[in-house]
Design a protein around this ligand. Structure first.
Ligand code: BG6
Length: 477
């Protein structure tokens, strides 16, 4: 049996995409709360002042805030060993800077954690998942400012202390490396430069993004160190988007370009967070891009002392690169690059590549030699309700089966894999487009993009399939 006996099978969500209750029980406004809905063709808009009559998907989402008991019971029915969710920073510190935390927010996560533990489900908590308090964007322009380090570590101290003894696994920043590209600046760094209205396309300032990343690295390292001091059983991971890049051809120009792209997108942040120092290849990149990182004298030691315990990542697609620029920017692939002629893409243009997961797992493990966890993977698809109300999502089963098969191969190759939490185990709002129509779940939620729906939950065909996968520890696929 390739998977370990205690392999962590489960599912993943994020607060802003599922909780709703955006202004309930003292919660403050997060960056996610000022984003409108969008679609594959129509980008979400950022509206610093909320518009009357505009629909904001995070405000209600799937109302996990009031349905968590029902949802966790369904996860338990599938046999989850782990549930990955995030804490909404603004439930704990509504503007980020209050003297004392909001007790009602802390209590909500006590309830969620207790509900998981009732079923022996291990909570895996993302501390910051695309929901920087908007007040911090307004005051500091998010992570562009070094002030954020103290504000973040105070938040970490509050939750590490409060949930001590109940939680073991934490992730500091979701997909931290998204900000090596323009789309991560608002989404994960809470940076909003004047003139930006398109959610995925910030008025770009690469120097600012990389400086903000440095602040996040320092904050993450301080959090790792603090967590270990608060509870020696805590295990803290980094979290990266890993989209393996292949050269489009064996032309050495394509190969070298791809190596450079991989360095920045896939390796840079992991190298800092796992090894505790900036990799040498960044020197040239910074020089050629006129970027100078301001560092305090203590930062080097902080990074070295705050290396993560495990490496986690999301995996949805791979990309190709070509030195011939006319071939780059293939249709739809979120992360750019050229189209891979051997792969099919999802309805949102994400190139589906199960074998790329085996390849990535091997590459990452060869490099770091610490336990890995796939904390996101899945197929965003249009689900159709049949006349009898059932959802026959065989395409989702196929997608997940092929990826699990490749994880199995990677484990046979010798990779130390801790667990697997497919994304959006229950349907939720899409991060990139704000749609409900882009569904990932084993559980269907009656909620639609025009805001209608009664939030009722329904098992899809994949629900029973995944239950069997977990029961058989990945043997029955
Ligand atoms: C990851 C994010 O990038 O991909 C999630 O961590 C997100 O928040 C997921 O939802 C899937 O992306 P999307 O845009 O289809 O929701």
């Amino acid at each position: 049996m390739p998977f370990k006996k205690d392999f962590l099978w489960g599912g993943a969500t994020a607060a802003n995409q599922c909780e709703g209750a955006w202004n309930v029980d003292g919660k403050g406004i997060s960056c996610a709360d000022i984003c409108t809905g969008g679609s594959y063709k129509q980008a979400k808009r950022i509206t610093p002042v909320l518009e009357e009559g505009t629909f904001y998907p995070s405000h209600e989402a799937i109302d996990f805030y009031h349905h968590y008991k029902e949802d966790i019971a369904l996860f338990a029915e599938m046999g989850f060993k782990v549930f990955r969710f995030s804490i909404a920073w603004t439930r704990i510190f509504p503007t980020g800077e209050e003297e004392t935390p909001n007790e009602k927010g802390l209590q909500f996560y006590d309830n969620v954690i207790d509900e998981c533990l009732k079923y022996n489900i291990e909570p895996l908590i993302t501390i910051s998942h695309y929901e920087v308090p908007f007040a911090l964007t307004q005051k500091y322009n998010g992570w562009a400012s070094r002030e954020m380090i103290d504000i973040f570590t105070k938040y970490c101290k509050t939750i590490f202390t409060r949930y001590k003894g109940k939680v073991k696994y934490w992730l500091t920043f979701n997909e931290i490396n998204g900000a090596t590209g323009n789309f991560g600046a608002f989404l994960s760094q809470g940076i909003l430069n004047e003139g930006t209205t398109d959610f995925m396309h910030q008025v770009d300032n690469p120097k600012q993004r990389f400086q903000a990343l440095h602040h996040q690295f320092v904050a993450s390292a301080l959090a790792v160190k603090m967590a270990h001091e608060i509870d020696e059983n805590y295990k803290i991971g980094c979290m990266q988007i890993f989209a393996t890049s292949y050269p489009l051809t064996c032309n050495p120009d394509d190969v070298v370009l791809t190596q450079q792209k991989n360095h920045i997108m896939n390796w840079f942040c992991g190298d800092v967070q796992v090894r505790g120092y900036y990799p040498s290849y960044m020197k040239r990149f910074f020089k050629e891009n006129d970027i100078e990182i301001n560092m305090e004298p203590e930062d080097k030691t902080i990074l070295k002392e705050g290396c993560v315990d495990f490496y986690s990542f999301s995996y949805y697609m791979s990309v190709c690169h070509s030195a011939d620029e006319s071939k780059e920017n293939g249709d739809g692939n979120l992360l750019g690059g050229a189209n891979n002629p051997y792969l099919k893409a999802s309805d949102w243009g994400w190139q589906i590549d199960p074998k790329g997961l085996r390849y990535s797992l091997n590459e990452i493990y060869d490099r770091y030699q610490i336990p890995l966890m796939v904390v996101e993977n899945g197929l965003g698809a249009y689900d159709k309700k049949e006349a009898d109300g059932s959802i026959q999502d065989d395409y989702r089963i196929d997608y997940l089966r092929q990826h699990i098969e490749q994880m199995k191969e990677a484990v046979e190759d010798g990779v130390d894999l801790m667990g697997y939490t497919p994304w959006g185990c229950i349907d939720l709002v899409s991060a990139s487009t704000g749609e409900m129509a882009k569904r990932y779940g084993f559980i269907y939620v009656e909620k639609y993009d025009d805001g209608t729906g009664d939030y009722s939950r329904k098992k899809k065909k994949s629900f029973a399939w995944y239950k069997k996968v977990i029961e058989s520890n990945g043997e029955e696929l």
